[in-house]
Each structure stands twice: as C-alpha cells, then as structure tokens.
Design a protein around this ligand. Structure first.
Ligand SMILES: Nc1ncnc2c1ncn2[C@@H]1O[C@H](COP(=O)(O)OP(=O)(O)OP(=O)(O)O)[C@@H](O)[C@H]1O
Ligand SMILES: [Mg+2]
Length: 365
C-alpha cells in the first residue's frame, strides 16, 4: 500500500443540505422496494426513519401479556413499547424488555450470524419501518471490522428472504409480510465514511475523501472498531476491533455510585446517568461530572494507546472519530492527533452512511 503523507490544512468540504429522495413518490408506488439502513450495536440499534435517526437499546426479552399500561406513563412512546412476534414467539424489545422482562440484558454474541437476538433486533427495526402489510426492502447494514471478512457473506445469506413479523402498533398487534430483497453488509465504520462522502440520495459530494487514506475510530458500547480505507478500499490488515467501550465507563461509574451513595444501578440505567452525568438519590439530583470526567479520561487514555499501537497517525490524511463513545470522548482524544475530527451526531453516523449507500446502490430497484 502506498502511503502518502498529505497534510490536511483545511476542513472537509461541508456536506450539502439534505436533498430528499422524494419519499412521497416512492410511497405512492407500494411495489417499489424501500431502501433502509440498520446499525446493530451492542448498546443500541440505530436506524433512519425518514430523515430522522432513532435508537432503541439492543435488548431482547421474552414477551407476555401486559395487563395494564398507564395511558399517562412517560413510557408511552412507540419506541419504548416494542413488542414483536417472530416465528410464533413473543418478544419485548428495547426499553420495554428492560422494564418488563426478567433476565433481559445486553447480551449480543460477538458473532451476530449465530445470535438469534441479532436477527430479532433487526426484524423489529424492519417492522418499525414497514408501512404496509406486504412490503419489499433493500437493506444496508454492518458487522464489526473483525467479523466482516469471515461472516459478511453468511450474514447476507442469513438475512435475505421473507419474514412474517407481528408488531404492536397503536395498541394492536399488526401482521406484516416483509421481503428483504437486496442485502449489503459492510464493515460498520465504513458507514461513517459514506456519511461524510455522500449526500442523502447517495451521490458523491466529497470526492476528496474517496481519494484519501482514511482511518476511522468507532467507539461503541462494548467495542472500539479501527478501520482503514485507502481510496475507499478496506485495508484489512490495518483494521481491527477491541473490547474497549463506554461499557467500561458504566462499570466504573456503577462502582462509584455503590461506594459513595450505596446505590445499586443496573447496566441499562447507566446509559442515562452517564449521558447526563447526574443521578437522583432520594429525590435529589447529584452531579457526577467530576467522577465522569475522571473515568472518561481513563478510557480515553486506553483508546489513545490502542490507536498509537496500531497506527502511525501520520500515515493518514484524516482520522474520523465516530460512534456514541466517540462523541463522549472526543474532547479527550482529539487533542492528541492533529488530523483527527469528530463527525456530526456521531452515534448515528454509521446508520446515516448505510442509508446513503443504500440510496446509491439500489437507486432504481
Ligand atoms: N453525547 C454523549 N455523551 C455520553 N455518552 C454518549 C453520548 N452519545 C452516546 N453515548 C453513549 O455511547 C455509547 C455507545 O453508543 P453506540 O450506539 O455508538 O454503541 P454501539 O454501536 O451500540 O456499540 P458497539 O459499537 O460496541 O456495538 C452508549 O452507551 C451511549 O449511551
Ligand atoms: Mg457501533
């Protein structure tokens, strides 16, 4: 691989404002396949619903009849009440599973292909996106970099096909027939690259990036993915995944809460506590920013070491920092690398890029 040392002395060209793909036109013809994008992470499933990026926790639990749902509960949003039926089995998904299923936890296997929960999460997301009783889709999704080479093709085979999905919407179980026609699987961090390169309808608006050597650091919940693209080519020997992620901060903060407030917090309750750097104890908000700052610094240091032991940062034209963890840790990591930038709204960047790529690949299908 020819490495060039190109100095980036100007920011990336700004992405053009979103050009809509004309969803009305697409929707009026129910026979056309809809292009969709789903990013399944250990922490959250991210997807694009119209122009809006949404997420739900990657948790699947056994479903059952719920006898009473208060109409006044703050948990009455559709995303907080995901109930699906797949192959005759009921599941609670996302925050409903956290609230109502016993033994529900974030337990995705490293290898998504053999994990039934990964498929349930994906089919739940598709159920959310399907507007009709019988609908065709083209999907772009990802796999962690270390699994891409071995399992990418198998994941495509596993996903392509027809499904019957029951999903509760507006209080009623609705049956949807879903056909996954085209499935494209890419290394997850490449979603961020396509997000920077393409506009909404999938046309290249940042040609420069497609000619560069780009490093991508995607910090997630349980993994940090390192990927390299040389003129858009995936450079496998420089790409890898580690088990460093925001879950490490969750663990440190959980110990801190135990020690200082004698508070026992579950894994899923820590998302909000970490994101807001605050916790309520006996009805009073306690500020956790000093402790969080210490834990963020510690994990950031670990990631800086991982980057330095894998890459000579000077080999890259640019290093894109992405993922929810990228957003959380940017201020601690960026100062160490002159060619590193945090992408906009980083937790959703892979999903946005998957969607743009889908619109490019499946433009006329
Ligand atoms: N602005 C923020 N500040 C602090 N934490 C954040 C912020 N945005 C997202 N997070 C946290 O970042 C973590 C990682 O989110 P992300 O969705 O990227 O992980 P994932 O893709 O599910 O995990 P993985 O890549 O390991 O499979 C989550 O725990 C989330 O709560
Ligand atoms: Mg991720």
């Amino acid at each position: 691989m020819g490495l060039r040392a190109v100095k980036i002395d100007k920011p990336l060209p700004r992405r053009e404002e979103a050009v809509t793909a004309g969803p009305e036109a697409e929707e009026s013809w129910s026979n056309a396949a809809k292009n969709i994008a789903i990013d399944i992470g250990y922490g959250f499933v991210k997807l694009l619903s119209g122009q809006q990026a949404i997420r739900f926790p990657s948790v699947v639990g056994r479903g059952r009849e719920l006898n009473y749902l208060s109409p006044l509960s703050k948990n009455n949003q559709p995303l907080d009440n995901l109930q699906v039926n797949i192959n005759g089995q009921n599941y609670f998904v996302g925050s409903l599973a956290i609230r109502q299923s016993e033994l529900a936890s974030r337990s995705l296997e490293q290898n998504r292909v053999v994990d039934p929960n990964a498929k349930i999460l994906l089919l739940t997301a598709i159920g959310l996106l399907s507007q009709w009783e019988d609908q065709k889709f083209n999907l772009v999704t990802g796999l962690p970099t270390s699994y891409y080479a071995n399992y990418g093709k198998e994941w495509i085979r596993e996903l392509t096909g027809q499904y019957n999905i029951g999903i509760r919407q507006n209080g009623q179980m609705k049956q949807k027939k879903v056909s996954l026609r085209e499935v494209c699987v890419i290394p997850q961090p490449f979603g961020t690259l396509y997000d920077q390169m393409l506009n909404t309808i999938g046309n290249t608006i940042n040609q420069e990036l497609s000619e560069m050597i780009v490093g991508i650091v995607d910090i997630g919940f349980k993994t940090t993915d390192y990927a390299v693209a040389d003129k858009l080519e995936f450079i496998e020997h420089l790409s890898s995944s580690t088990s460093t992620g925001l879950a490490n901060v969750h663990r440190l903060l959980a110990n801190y809460l135990q020690k200082n407030f004698n508070l026992e917090k579950q894994d899923y309750e820590l998302d909000e506590i970490v994101e807001e750097a605050a916790v309520r104890v006996a009805g009073k908000a306690q500020d956790l920013s000093t402790a969080r700052n210490e834990f963020f610094t510690e994990i950031a240091r670990k990631i800086i070491n991982e980057i330095s032991s894998r890459w000579d940062y000077r080999q890259f034209d640019i290093i894109l920092l992405t993922g929810g963890g990228g957003e959380a840790l940017a201020q601690y990591i960026i100062p160490h690398f002159p060619n590193k930038v945090l992408v906009d709204n980083a937790q959703y960047a892979n999903a946005r890029g998957f969607q743009k790529l889908a619109n490019n690949l499946f433009a006329n299908r």
